[in-house]
Design a protein around this ligand. Structure first.
Ligand SMILES: Nc1nc2c(ncn2[C@@H]2O[C@H](COP(=O)(O)OP(=O)(O)OP(=O)(O)O)[C@@H](O)[C@H]2O)c(=O)[nH]1
Ligand SMILES: [Mg+2]
Length: 474
């Protein structure tokens, strides 16, 4: 696969940053994966076709071209097709997703990019993994291969799924493993949705530990969003009263868009970064034992409030850093007392031990700045060695990506992708709950009857206990 760029446009490309990007093939699995996938493509499309962008026409065109190459191919009539494969074991959600995209009138899914069956996996991971997986392996991998063949140059796969259901989680783990076998040099990043803590499904903790442990073996990075955290953002920051999955998915899509949309390839450069997934991995996953990533975003608010707000980079970055170290998912309710240990600040008195425990240590952070004067923003506070584990130099642990092209309606917006301890607590909680059920052998027969044995559960527990211990010891 080679990069094709018409010679006539080559020099123009050099001058105006039209270096085409490598492409990402998205695989949307199950209800959750398909509903989120739609919102992600819609957000990417709408942002890149936003008329303002607060930059020159030429720059806007370069940004648009880069986004297109990453996430869309083009039909002869100019309509954009998402570089995506849709998989579910029941038709309802896929049909809804296809028609929502078609209704947008501006982009759609390919006619032959879906695979669905008549009956889902009934929230049973084992059914998705051991029954649907092998049975439909060939058809699904063929669809993915066709999508890969449409890319001039492949950066990797973005696989969207929940971890609590049966199809997205079980079949998603199966497909990820196949991608690892068949495209070992392409990167695989899984977007996984952490279930509500209150629990919608009794076996969600079983499904979750099986998903996480399998992905830990076959994926390069797990980008995690917790439904509880996004729900709170909808309630507190977006002021939504009756919160639906659609609202949650739009917040999620906003966060993902602010990570995946183009940024300049380096300090002082006006070319857009070519290999988005490769660069993300290089910046954020320095060791395969640590591959759980989270995203934070600022500012986030309803359009009405946005019209009356102004922000400075200094203010946004100060909040974002405190959100990181105090492990807050949104700017409201940040604990400003949390400080880095050994940062040279005066001791905090007798609470200090507790506070230091609450300090969220990072392995790696990537700050992404979009909008007015992004080049002048000072990110020095993220380079403090006290924020990071001691085995990695801050110069390797911190990176910043920028573009002066504004994101959606935000004059300035910042995203932070972190590999940090922030998922240890929720992971420990899920492993604990699953272990309690496992100890009393509850519901195990539903898994063993489809070939997932006690031994597989024990392997999952061992692997995840190890992950928890590694993150705790940072
Ligand atoms: N954020 C978000 N979470 C969702 C959405 N739909 C389902 N979920 C979550 O996903 C989990 C259930 O998984 P689903 O994706 O519905 O299951 P599935 O993959 O279709 O599998 P089966 O229906 O069992 O075949 C629960 O934790 C839900 O909270 C969605 O649109 N957005
Ligand atoms: Mg389903």
């Amino acid at each position: 696969m080679v990069l094709r760029l018409p010679i006539a446009h080559f020099f123009e490309g050099v001058c105006f940053g039209l270096f085409l990007s490598m492409s990402i093939v998205t695989v949307q699995l199950g209800q959750c994966g398909n509903q989120i996938g739609f919102e992600v493509f819609d957000a990417l499309f709408n942002d890149s076709h936003c008329p303002r962008g607060l930059c020159s026409k030429k720059e806007n065109e370069a940004y648009q071209a880069s986004c297109k190459e990453r996430f869309f191919s083009e039909e002869e009539n100019g309509v954009l097709l998402a570089r995506a494969v849709l998989v579910d074991m029941e038709p309802k959600v896929i049909n809804q997703t296809l028609s929502k995209a078609a209704r947008s009138g501006r982009w759609k899914y390919g006619q032959h990019s879906c695979f669905c069956q008549k009956q889902g996996s009934g929230n049973n991971w084992a059914y998705g993994y051991s029954v649907h997986g092998p049975r439909h392996e060939e058809s699904i991998m063929n669809l993915i291969r066709k999508e890969v063949e449409k890319c001039d140059s492949l950066s990797g796969f973005f696989i969207i799924m929940s971890m609590a259901g049966g199809t997205g989680s079980g079949l998603g783990a199966f497909v990820t493993q196949n991608l690892q076998d068949q495209y070992s040099s392409a990167l695989k990043m899984n977007q996984i949705i952490w279930p509500y803590g209150t629990g919608e499904v009794i076996v969600q903790n079983y499904n979750s530990i099986l998903t996480l442990s399998h992905l830990y073996r076959s994926s390069d990075a797990l980008l995690v969003h917790e439904n509880d955290a996004v729900h709170k953002i909808c309630a507190k920051l977006m002021n939504i009263k009756q919160i639906s999955f659609c609202d949650i998915n739009q917040v999620l899509a906003h966060q993902l868009g602010s990570v995946f949309q183009p940024t300049y390839s380096g300090e002082g450069s006006f070319h857009y970064r070519r290999n988005p997934l490769g660069d993300l991995m290089e910046n954020l996953v320095p060791h395969p034992e640590f591959k759980m990533l989270g995203v934070r975003n600022i500012p986030q608010m309803s359009e009405n409030s946005l019209a009356y707000s102004t922000f400075t980079w200094a203010g946004l970055l100060k909040h974002l850093r405190q959100m990181l170290i105090s492990n807050a998912k949104m700017e409201e309710g940040i604990d400003w007392q949390v400080r880095p240990p050994l940062s040279g600040l005066p001791p905090l008195g007798k609470m200090s031990v507790n506070r230091e425990i609450h300090f969220n240590t990072s392995i790696a952070n990537l700050v992404i700045l979009r909008g007015k004067d992004a080049h002048s923003a000072d990110v020095g506070a993220f380079k403090d060695p006290a924020l990071y584990t001691s085995w990695l130099e801050p110069v390797h642990a911190f990176n910043v990506w920028k573009t002066q092209r504004a994101f959606r309606k935000y004059e300035r917006s910042a995203a932070l992708v972190s590999n940090s301890q922030s998922l240890v607590k929720p992971l420990d909680r899920i492993v604990g709950k699953a272990w309690n059920m496992f100890a009393s052998r509850a519901y195990l027969h539903q898994y063993t009857k489809f070939g997932i044995e006690e031994e597989d559960f024990l392997d999952s527990f061992t692997l995840l206990e190890q992950v928890i211990a590694s993150y705790c010891n940072l």
